[in-house]
Design a protein around this ligand. Structure first.
Ligand SMILES: [Zn+2]
Length: 294
């Protein structure tokens, strides 16, 4: 068991912060293209309740370019993936990095891992053998609809109820699609955000039905914002993202004031699962949001 978050650059234990209890289940949900001001404006009771019983950073930062795969690679592999040259030609054509990711180290530690998503390229977030279950929903339509996010969550819940999964990743892609089609902050975009929140609510309810609320860490994140009908640049609208989590070992009702980088996601999740952080990772657990052990 770890004695505290380890700073990979110095190899030193950087504080007395320790999780009160290792999470038995960690659910990481990425809602593609979610701007913090949209989250504040929309009717999102499920995420509001996570914020109330957990911690949120309203000014986390993604990586440049603010694109989906570079951001998700950074999220899962604990590094600024484009800066580290992991995103291929032009930063947009990544394969699987040759460093361990969050799902890989969870699998290596004997945890059961599932990934559920509705965008095919998302498969690069882990090595294929690291997943006990993987479910890709391809609706074969250019313009996805709310039902495509609903399907991801329904299938994930079915597997949560029938398998003893320890780490679940869900990717909801409809919000970004509405941003590209109708514009960021448009009524259609806001409706998609509210539907994504309903999906998060189903997850929260399923975890409660299974009696796992007190042993589950729920992280809800995103990859980038957007403006107009696009994203990818380094504007605040694209780069600044909300980042939240709740569960054992996490402060309650806490607003994170310090910096959070998207590549701190994997280190924070690994820490809450009691996993050692790979030396290749540059990100750090967001210790500001971790509860002190009594
Ligand atoms: Zn995206």
């Amino acid at each position: 068991m770890n004695q505290g978050p380890v700073n990979n650059r110095t190899g030193e234990n950087d504080g007395a912060v320790q999780p009160a209890k290792r999470a038995e289940l960690l659910v990481l949900c990425s809602i593609d293209g979610m701007r913090p001001d949209a989250l504040r404006a929309a009717d999102t009771p499920a995420m509001d309740s996570i914020i109330a019983r957990g911690a949120i950073c309203w000014h986390a930062r993604t990586v440049a370019p603010s694109e989906t795969l570079p951001a998700h690679l950074s999220m899962f592999y604990g590094v600024d993936a484009p800066a580290r040259g992991l995103c291929g030609e032009g930063g947009l054509t990544p394969g699987r990095p040759r460093i361990p990711g969050l799902l890989d180290i969870a699998h290596e530690a004997g945890l059961k891992v599932g990934a559920f998503y509705n965008w095919g390229p998302m498969c690069v977030i882990s090595q294929p053998d690291s997943l006990d279950v993987s479910y890709y929903i391809n609706q074969r339509r250019r313009h996805r609809t709310a039902t495509d996010d609903d399907a991801v969550v329904r299938v994930a819940i079915e597997h949560l109820e029938t398998m003893s999964l320890n780490v679940i990743y869900l990717y909801l892609g409809v919000l970004d699609n509405e941003g590209h089609q109708e514009g960021w902050m448009s009524p259609a975009y806001m409706a998609a955000l509210e539907n994504a929140d309903r999906c998060v609510g189903w997850l929260v309810e399923a975890i409660a039905r299974l009696g796992k609320t007190d042993s589950t860490v729920l992280m809800v994140v995103t990859d980038h914002g957007g403006r107009g009908y696009a994203h990818g640049d380094e504007s605040d609208e694209c780069m600044i993202i909300p980042w939240m989590m709740a569960g054992p070992g996490i402060k309650q009702g806490y607003e994170i004031t310090g910096p959070v980088r998207i590549f701190d996601t994997a280190p924070t999740a690994a820490w809450l699962l009691g996993l050692d952080l790979p030396v290749e990772w540059d990100g750090c657990p967001v210790t500001e949001a971790l509860a002190q052990q009594c």
